[in-house]
Ligand binder design. Structure first.
Ligand SMILES: NC(=O)c1ccc[n+]([C@@H]2O[C@H](COP(=O)([O-])OP(=O)(O)OC[C@H]3O[C@@H](n4cnc5c(N)ncnc54)[C@H](OP(=O)(O)O)[C@@H]3O)[C@@H](O)[C@H]2O)c1
Length: 305
């Protein structure tokens, strides 16, 4: 099969190569998926799990990519709940070979059925950004109607999902990001916008929840805006400043079939809009990831026409 591999962390996406690799075998509880579309998060080559197995041993050459949509072609021993020929989408294990390939071995529990009227490219755009937003807001952030939320990077992949899900839950959403992204964030439903390069974040006053996808100084300053009983949710590592009266949660997204099903249902209902910025083929993927121009929104690779 065709697959993109990486061997050297220091090279980042410039070290990617499109090669022929053996098709994966299904282990216990796995399925094999013929991938139609794959999602790649630009920062994932900085994650240790891209390079090592769960025992911290080198696993290069590794295949990056963790989001997928495709069709089940085989079942491993003991696998239940999915069948050959079924359309699926989901989130691949951090420490195993990933989705920038024609086939993937993945535990069935990491997948959900993809309804027939949802395009594979849309399916592949949802798992990381949709689940991260969902889990951060509702499990870790315990968001309730009437609360106020700062959605950092509100025009980005995760932030646009945070903005929409929080609005639908009845929250008041203040989006942030670059000045040029103001209208995009407002279109996703933000009621206010703070351009981090020209406005003052502190002018928004205190809030119940901050969803941080930026970290650094923005993370530290955000911690100080949490009102009593509120939560700082971060997906970019622990903030050096913890809220005085509230909680701080750092988490890594997990796959969840029920939540994937809920997210894709919202997309079908028109309640949630995915944020695909670029679609490329597997043959052109490496050039796309290395292009100097900024790519807004999610980049999805169409693996199969
Ligand atoms: N822990 C987890 O489970 C988890 C899950 C998903 C994502 N993440 C992490 O979350 C981060 C965001 O992911 P994403 O896919 O949403 O990325 P993305 O699509 O690039 O969105 C980030 C947004 O924030 C903006 N932004 C970043 N730094 C900024 C700054 N200093 N000032 C103003 N705007 C800024 C970006 O603008 P520009 O494009 O102009 O920079 C972009 O609009 C990544 O670091 C990713 O690794 C973690």
């Amino acid at each position: 099969m065709k697959a993109i591999i990486v061997t050297e962390q220091a090279l980042g996406t410039t070290g990617m190569k499109l090669v022929e690799r053996p098709e994966p075998q299904a282990a216990i509880n796995d399925v094999i998926v013929r991938i139609h579309a794959s999602g790649f998060v630009q920062t994932e080559l900085e994650w240790p799990s891209s390079w090592t197995d769960r025992n911290d041993r080198d696993r290069t050459p590794s295949i990056p990519g963790h989001e997928l949509a495709g069709v089940v072609t085989a079942l491993g021993y003991g696998t239940t709940g999915l069948s050959v020929g079924q359309r699926v989408f989901g989130l691949a294990d951090w420490h195993r070979d990933g989705t920038l390939a024609e086939y993937l071995a993945i535990e069935a529990r990491n997948l959900a059925p993809l309804p027939g009227d949802v395009d594979f490219t849309v399916g592949a755009s949802l798992p990381i950004s949709g689940l991260t937003a969902f889990q951060g807001l509702f499990e870790h952030g315990r968001l309730r109607a009437g609360q106020s939320v700062i959605a950092h990077g509100a025009a980005g992949a995760v932030g646009s999902m945070v903005t929409q899900l929080a609005r639908e839950a009845g929250a008041y959403v203040i989006g942030t990001g670059r000045a040029a992204d103001r209208q995009t964030a407002l279109d996703f439903g933000a009621q206010e916008y703070v351009a981090l390069d020209s406005d003052t974040l502190e002018d928004v006053g205190s809030v119940d929840l901050v969803f941080d996808v930026i970290g650094g100084d923005i993370g530290k300053r955000s911690a100080r805006l949490i009102r009593a009983g509120g939560t700082l949710v971060s997906v970019v590592g622990p903030s050096e400043v913890r809220p005085d009266n509230g909680r701080a949660i750092d988490f890594v997204v997990e796959s969840d079939r029920a939540q994937l099903t809920e997210i894709v249902q919202r997309v079908r209902d028109g309640r949630l809009r995915t944020n695909i910025g670029t679609i490329s083929t597997l043959d052109e993927a490496i050039a796309t990831f290395n292009a100097p121009k900024r790519r807004a929104g999610k980049t999805v690779i169409r693996v199969r026409a």
